[in-house]
Design a protein around this ligand. Structure first.
Ligand code: S3P
Length: 175
């Protein structure tokens, strides 16, 4: 089916700590639809935490599972999906997302991310603040490809969700 004939999904993307999993359910509620959290689905399927998957199976295995579980979500219609921080970076995932919905980047400054991630070293992807910053900079190149950018400061999640709804309604239809 042509992607232009279907109702789009709404994909939230952005760095770890951007608030994708918090804003997602609120956005789904406002749109009167279902919410899916890709990271949670991976943990449910694997029956272990993502951190553990990285430790025991490595990042490549995680990325493979991530794509495998993203595919069925992209076959749904009109749902909200919180992606992981690295999902949109992979070309295969980006193509899936861009052809089935509207991508929404929660653009949070690094300072705020640092504040939000209490224990950054507990995250599987960086072992030092420098590594975290380097990854953040690298990711921006991909996040900028999103259809909608929402600049976030300390705004409450409810306000962010409402802003997204307005931005979605103002989008020129592509689907
Ligand atoms: C990752 C972010 C995490 C999770 C995994 C990899 C990343 O998701 O998918 O640890 O590559 O940035 P959150 O952004 O939901 O924390």
């Amino acid at each position: 089916m042509s992607p232009h004939l279907r109702e789009p999904n709404y994909y939230l993307l952005g760095f770890m700590g951007a608030g994708k999993s918090t804003v997602g359910p609120l956005l789904a509620e406002k749109l009167g639809t279902q919410f899916y959290d890709l990271d949670l689905l991976i943990e449910e399927m694997e029956k272990v935490t993502i951190r553990r998957i990285f430790e025991t199976r490595g990042e490549n295995y995680f990325r493979q599972r991530e794509t495998e579980l993203l595919i069925p979500l992209t076959r749904l219609r009109n749902v909200v999906v919180a992606l992981g921080g690295g999902t949109f970076v992979q070309e295969v995932n980006r193509t899936l997302v861009q052809s089935t919905g509207i991508s929404i980047w929660l653009n949070v400054p690094l300072e705020l991310i640092r504040k939000r991630i209490q224990d950054p070293l507990s995250r599987p992807l960086f072992r030092s603040p420098q590594e975290m910053e380097a990854l953040f900079q690298q990711r921006l190149l991909f996040y900028r490809l999103a259809d909608i950018e929402i600049r976030i400061d300390e705004d409450p999640a409810e306000i962010i969700a409402a802003t997204i709804v307005t931005r979605i309604r103002n989008l020129t239809p592509r689907f």
